[in-house]
Write a new protein. Structure first.
Lengths: 108, 865
């Protein structure tokens, strides 16, 4: 995690973008997180996390894909950048490393 | 199914435009989904929550632009930078330019504020436009005299016979200092006895009591200040006080102090005129013009009509008696004219203070003009240096409009700096100016008119000063300028020369004018006065005790050894204001409308002032008959046409008087006018002023202390206020001296500003001619040769100015001096001296630069090309 600290919620949002890859936009990510984690999320929190992630270079975005249920408005579609993917992997590796370091008896 | 409108509205109001679309889309999509999943209410609630959560600073923040500033402000910034660099590069010029303009502006602002203040005089009264003073013109043997004084019978007559023209008519005494006493507390205050309608006329603001309080015949209205000094914090209403220890009155009201800068500003109390009337003898009638009559005309009336209608108000009443001879004509002087148009000659209004207002307005305009000319001259001269800059700017794409804008904004910048400096200067000088001008002028910071004038003037100056470089320089062809084939036209310097001539003409005019004013003052000062003013001190009698015991008072003073002589008169010897008429003498032309200045004196008066007896003798106590004797001055002898005046009998009223002596003329009135026919006679009753002469061998302060101690024995209530006669006499020149001082200040300023300009211009010319001077030196020209060559141009300009200024000044000052009967001749040396002075100053100014240029090493000036 060189330099870029990823908060817990940011990590969740970044994972959601990865899950929905190709169709990751604000409302979809809200739905995804709500389904996965079974908790309600504010749209504002998601948007602000997305824009922070973009500033850090972990996701990129483009406009597109207007649909009828949005009243013909465009979406901002996010996708995970290579740097974002590496960051996710690093987090996972770090977690695994720490899991591995737990002596077995403690878990039982 | 629609989401809550206000939430959408809130989103549009705050969110950053570049995010709004996606946010709204997301909101809408989630809303529709949630209606299906959790119902409308819940969906709406979630919608609002989402909108609120979206309104966070990080999402409201506007999108950043990659090109944050429009390019044209960069160019404007460049203009400012260049302007600033030009200012700092030529520090000397900038300082001269800005300082000159700032002083000129400061003078103009000061004079402007003063003029404004003069015109605002009395305007704070609500009935300003309808109040007037009744004046009278009377025709005497030696001309028409205009008086403000009226008989007290006039007001009742105006009320009864001319009532429809007036709303209020008020008889008033002249304001004077009176002693107000509360118990043992005595305070002397300026007040007046006036009829009760005055309170309505002046629309007094009553702090306590009512305006009608003055209708009580033994009442008094106090000003706020007077009430405070007399009563402190206690309520003065219905308290009893006495005026001059004689008249008991009840305080029936307190009014807010009358506005400053007005005719009644000093009025500390108003008492009913009835009180004054009670103390007057029965014989006071139409012939005694001792009071003022103030009127407020009816609301529908017109000042001129009313003035014409009351013309014969007095004449109709005096047809049967003596006063008809003087053909009294009544007229109104509106309040708007009291201050600025108060002088009359031969019954015609000849202005007054307005002359000075005009004079100084002109001077102020001139000084400002000089400063502007300076500014224009220097900035146009400098601008030719910047032809190359214009060339480069044009070559890289500036259009003409931009270059014009650049020069205009540059001159606006300098003018603004000068204006701020001028304001600071005015704030600094204002207290001193107020002291000299005897005014209370404050900076009109909150007056929009002031700012409009200031901004308007600044823009005007900068446009005028900036127009030459803006229009002329922007027309250059860049190719010519950059190749160096560009030449300034032969006549480019002509307008500058004309402006220098204008500057010096104005300065020289001011200087000559000032010199002549001082010459006239000096002339009048050196006029033989006819008596000795040194060591004379006088004071007004405020207690009858002093009149009744005058002789013992005199003895006591003489016994101290500090006082040489004591005498009493009815008016000050330096200002004899009493005139009388109706005298009969042998050889008088029948029905001649005679008028004499009369001075009641005590026996030793002549001895004390040291008058010079020409014929006959002085008054003497050895001759009992002297109590009905006259001493005449030379003018009176000439007026009555006596060959041998001594022993002549003169009838006056019921009495007959014998001429015992003739004295040389004494100047007791204006030193600029011929001495008027004057009669001196003995009277110990109607005296109002005591004068004493301090022994020159003794110290004056000690003598005054002794006199005061004795004075207190006779009049314990009043303060001992004395005046030195020589100082009072000097006040006769006060007005002229004040004008002279101010005018000389402005004249010096004018010449200073002109010289500043000349200095800058000279240094510019020298710089331009550096190479020429170098070549001349190489060819063998001497320093004095060069000095002559370089100074000649400027001297010629000043000589032209002299040729214009001298005849103009002579013509104007000749007219001015005619207003004085006793006047100096305008002598040629004034012109010669100011001409020589102007030339000398010019030479000094220019020589500093020309000698510097002439001394320069030619190697240095020719080395570079």
């Amino acid at each position: 995690m060189k330099g870029t600290y990823l908060g817990e919620f940011e990590e969740v949002v970044l994972l959601a973008v990865a899950i929905r890859s190709g169709d990751a936009y604000g409302a979809a990510i809200v739905n995804e997180i709500e389904q996965q984690m079974n908790r309600s999320v504010n749209l504002g929190a998601v948007h602000s996390a997305l824009s922070r992630l973009q500033e850090k270079g972990l996701v990129s975005s483009e406009m597109g894909g207007m649909t009828a249920e949005r009243g013909g408005r465009r979406k901002r579609l996010y996708s995970v950048t290579a740097y974002g993917r590496r960051a996710l992997e690093e987090i996972r590796q770090l977690r695994n490393q720490m899991w591995d370091a737990i002596p077995n008896p403690a878990l039982t | 199914m629609k989401p809550p409108k206000f939430a959408t509205f809130l989103l549009h109001l705050f969110s950053s435009p570049h995010r709004t679309e996606e946010m709204e889309g997301d909101l809408e999509e989630l809303f529709q989904e949630r209606i299906r999943e959790v119902g409308l209410r819940q969906a709406q609630w979630r919608y609002v929550r989402d909108v609120v959560s979206l309104l966070r600073p990080s999402l409201i923040k506007r999108q950043e632009h990659h090109y944050p500033r429009p390019t044209n402000t960069t160019m404007l910034r460049n203009y400012l930078t260049i302007a600033f660099r030009n200012l700092t590069k030529y520090k000397g010029y900038s300082a001269i330019n800005i300082a000159g303009l700032a002083t000129g502006m400061a003078v103009a602002i000061l004079i402007g504020m003063w003029v404004w203040n003069e015109f605002a005089y009395n305007k704070s009264y609500a009935n300003y436009g309808r109040i007037a003073r009744v004046m009278q013109n009377q025709t005497f043997d030696d001309g028409v005299k205009t008086w403000t004084g009226q008989a007290m019978q006039l007001a009742p007559e105006l009320r009864s016979s001319y009532g429809s023209h007036f709303k209020y008519v008020v008889t008033a005494d002249y304001p004077g200092s009176h002693l107000l006493s509360l118990g043992t507390k005595n305070i002397s205050n300026v007040g007046n006895f006036m009829e009760p309608d005055i309170t309505e006329m002046l629309a007094l603001t009553m702090l306590k009591g009512t305006r009608s309080g003055l209708r009580d015949p033994s009442s008094v209205l106090l000003s706020e200040t007077a009430a405070k000094s007399l009563f402190g914090d206690t309520d003065p209403l219905n308290k009893l006080i006495t005026i001059d220890k004689k008249i008991p009155v009840k305080v029936t009201g307190v009014y807010a102090d009358l506005p400053a800068n007005s005719s009644f500003q000093e009025l500390m109390f108003i008492a009913p005129f009835e009180l004054k009337k009670k103390g007057l003898p029965d014989w006071v009638g139409w012939g005694n013009s001792w009071f003022q009559t103030l009127v407020q005309i009816a609301d529908n009336a017109n000042m001129e009509t009313v003035s014409a209608a009351i013309k014969d108000a007095k004449l109709n009443k005096v047809r049967t008696n003596d006063d008809a001879r003087f053909k009294p004509v009544m007229f109104l002087l509106p309040m708007s004219k009291w201050h600025l148009y108060s002088e009359f000659r031969e019954g015609v209004n000849v202005g007054g203070q307005i002359q000075y207002v005009r004079l100084f307005s002109i001077i102020g305009l001139f000084v400002l003009l000089l400063a502007c000319i300076n500014f224009m001259n220097l900035s146009t001269a400098r601008s030719e240096k910047r032809a190359k800059e214009v060339g480069v700017r044009k070559a890289i794409g500036s259009v003409r409009k931009q270059i014009m804008l650049q020069f205009f904004s540059e001159s606006l910048l300098i003018v603004s700096v000068a204006f701020i400096l001028a304001l600071m200067l005015v704030v600094l000088v204002l207290p001193a100016f107020n002291a000299v001008a005897d005014r209370h002028i404050a900076m009109p910071w909150s007056n929009p008119l002031f700012w409009i004038a200031a901004v308007g003037f600044s823009v005007f100056t900068s446009v005028v000063a900036g127009s030459y470089p803006a229009i002329y320089l922007s027309s250059f062809q860049p190719v010519k300028v950059l190749k160096g084939t560009f030449r300034v036209g032969r006549f480019a310097a002509l307008p500058r020369k004309v402006l220098v001539v204008v500057q010096f003409t104005v300065s020289i005019t001011l200087i000559i004018g000032t010199l002549i004013v001082f010459q006239q003052i000096d002339f009048a000062k050196n006029r033989p006065v006819g008596y000795d003013r040194s060591n004379l001190v006088s004071f007004w009698i405020k207690s009858d005790n002093l009149i009744n015991h005058f002789n013992t008072f005199r003895e006591e003073l003489l016994n101290t050894g500090f006082i040489e002589e004591v005498a009493a008169t009815d008016s000050p010897v330096t200002y004899t204001g009493v005139t009388n008429s109706g005298l009969e003498w042998r050889g008088k032309i029948p029905n001649m409308a005679d008028e004499f200045v009369t001075l009641r004196v005590t026996h030793e008066f002549g001895k004390m002032v040291g008058w010079k007896i020409k014929e006959g003798r002085d008054f003497s106590k050895e001759f009992a008959t002297d109590s009905s004797g006259f001493v005449l001055n030379e003018a009176a002898v000439a007026y009555m046409g006596f060959k041998k005046p001594i022993g002549e009998i003169i009838k006056w009223g019921d009495g007959t008087y014998k001429v015992v002596g003739v004295v040389k003329n004494l100047i007791t009135q204006s030193p600029y006018e011929p001495v008027r026919q004057t009669i001196f006679f003995i009277n110990y009753k109607r005296i109002s002023l005591i004068t004493f002469k301090i022994n020159p061998a003794k110290s004056a302060p000690e003598a005054l202390a002794r006199v005061e101690a004795i004075y207190k024995k006779y009049d314990p209530d009043n303060e001992f206020n004395y005046k030195f006669t020589d100082q009072e006499y000097a006040k006769k020149f006060g007005e002229e001296e004040r004008i002279g001082k101010l005018a000389s200040f402005f004249a010096i300023l004018a010449i200073f500003i002109s010289c500043l300009g000349l200095f800058g211009l000279a240094s510019f010319v020298m710089e331009q001619r550096t190479k020429e001077i170098g070549i001349r030196k190489v060819m063998g020209a001497s320093v004095s040769n060069l000095w002559q060559l370089l100074s000649k141009d400027f001297v010629v300009l000043v000589i032209i100015s002299l040729l214009i200024a001298i005849p103009a000044t002579w013509y104007y000052m000749h007219g001015w001096i005619q207003q004085y009967t006793y006047r100096t001749e305008i002598s040629w040396w004034v012109f010669a001296a100011s001409g020589a002075g102007a030339l000398l100053i010019t030479l000094l100014t220019v020589s500093f630069q020309s000698i510097k240029a002439a001394l320069m090493n030619p190697i240095k000036s020719l080395r570079s090309e």
